[in-house]
Ligand binder design. Structure first.
Ligand SMILES: *Cc1c(COP(=O)(O)O)cnc(C)c1O
Length: 434
């Protein structure tokens, strides 16, 4: 069934086909749960859920609930609010565990992504003179590169010597899986840490986290992932894959608003390891004794121990509203639709090349649906940034990444087959194709 759906043969480049696919889509009504921005007085075709997810219609009420309870209860809201703030973060354990394929005790909503990466590296990047190298992907998100380089420097190493980037081969755009494993083996005697993106932000390539984790562990290293572009986008099994740690933000596929609270995963096997160094704060302590204000750190024995501060309730309220929608939709249904919707975009982009009789568009994202999420990264050889401006002028919100990539993400939670078809017809007219 799934296979049949994904055969390219079954796609058609017609508005009727797209409308039919929408009619059959079991998730079609979820679109109504989000606000779409306008562009030039019309509802935009929104393809940047990979950068900033749309606002859930329920977000404002969720936020107002906390604003009102603050007005009504003042400090007593910590215990008296409808969702008591003292234990607010605990409401996220189940939702995040489903998003991540983790135990509820292994995940916690806290902080912000880059901050959390640093906090996690305090525990999990413990270089020695012999073992100090970090392996990551070439063209990782700049903030991750800064985090890794500054960690290496902090421990007294030269960033360019300590941080090894696995790059695509000459003339290729994505990284071969075997090259990642080779790099891990090759550096195994000096390797302290492997940190990869789950999905690379630029190419949309989904990495094989399971086997990267296995290879990293075999080499004697710790393995963590930045899931900024993976959380809420692809199937994750962090617990089963035996990943040591992970971090993500919630404002991309998780639709929780700009700069909203992020999240971390720490594998259960590390929860009782007292020898792990950690930067600590009061929210990492046992909630039963936290307000006794003792000087001794009475550690939680779960990922919550990495929390520093009390919960940022306003941003978390929106995060909760969004996670509730994910729970209703279900990750398996989302991923099934995602594969079909992205394959449809892939099909239509290739149809444009057929229409042109030459390759005007190059898709740098892997073609295999197990090696990508919902984003396709497109290059237009011979066209500059002007083409991207044309897309915007015609009502499409996509994004441009220097030097030459347009990223387009049909998000299964709120994008439709008709949206994808609209992208195709717009691009076709911009490219002057018949
Ligand atoms: C979006 C993104 C970030 C952003 O980090 P913040 O700390 O949330 O500003 C970092 N890393 C990756 C891989 C990203 O995709």
């Amino acid at each position: 069934m799934a296979l049949k759906m994904l055969t390219k043969m079954s796609f058609e480049k017609s508005p009727e086909y797209a409308a039919n696919a929408d009619a059959e889509d079991v998730l079609k009504d979820f679109r109504k749960k989000f606000f779409f921005p306008e562009l030039n007085g019309k509802t935009a075709l929104y393809f940047t859920g990979n950068s900033l997810g749309l606002q859930p219609v329920t977000a404002k009420d969720a936020l107002l609930t906390e604003i009102d309870d603050w007005a009504k209860f003042g400090v007593e809201g910590h215990f008296e609010a409808r969702n008591p703030w003292y234990s607010y973060h605990e409401m996220f354990s189940v939702g995040l565990s489903i998003i991540c394929g983790a135990l509820p005790t292994e995940v916690v909503a806290m902080g912000s992504l880059t901050n959390n990466l640093h906090l996690l590296m305090v525990s999990f990047y413990r270089p020695t003179k012999e073992r100090y190298k970090i392996i990551c992907e070439k063209k990782a998100f700049p903030s991750d590169v800064y985090a890794l380089h500054s960690q290496a420097r902090f421990h007294g190493f030269q960033p360019h010597e300590a941080v090894i980037e696995v790059a695509p081969r000459e003339g290729e755009t994505t990284i071969r899986h075997e090259d990642i494993l080779d790099a891990i083996h090759q550096h195994s005697n000096e390797l302290a840490l492997v940190v990869f993106g789950g999905v690379n932000y630029f190419t949309g390539q989904l990495f094989d986290m399971k086997s990267i984790t296995e290879a990293g562990h075999e080499a004697g290293a710790v393995v963590g992932f930045d899931l900024a572009h993976a959380a809420g986008n692809v199937k994750l099994e962090l617990h089963r894959w035996n990943v040591d740690f992970a971090a993500w933000c919630s404002y991309k596929y998780l639709n929780s608003g700009p700069g909203s609270v992020a999240g971390i995963f720490v594998h259960e096997k590390h929860h009782k390891n007292n020898s792990l160094p950690r930067f600590e704060g009061w929210w990492g302590t046992n909630p039963d004794t936290r307000f006794l204000m003792s000087d001794t750190f009475d550690s939680m024995e779960n990922a919550g121990a990495w929390q520093l501060s009390n919960a940022p309730v306003f941003s978390m309220a929106v995060h909760k509203a969004s996670l509730d929608i994910f729970m209703e939709a279900g990750m398996d249904r989302l991923i099934e639709k995602s594969k079909k919707l992205t394959a449809y975009l892939d099909f239509l982009v290739k149809a444009l090349n057929d229409d042109a009789g030459k390759r005007v568009i190059e898709i740098i994202t892997p073609e295999n649906s197990n090696e990508r999420g919902c984003q396709l990264s497109l290059r237009f050889p011979g066209y500059g940034k002007d083409l991207f401006h044309q897309l915007t002028k015609h009502g499409i919100i996509a994004d441009w990444r220097e030097p030459n990539v347009v990223r387009v993400a049909p998000v299964p939670l709120y994008n439709s087959f008709t949206d994808v078809y609209g992208f195709y017809t717009t691009l076709k007219s911009i490219l002057n194709l018949k």
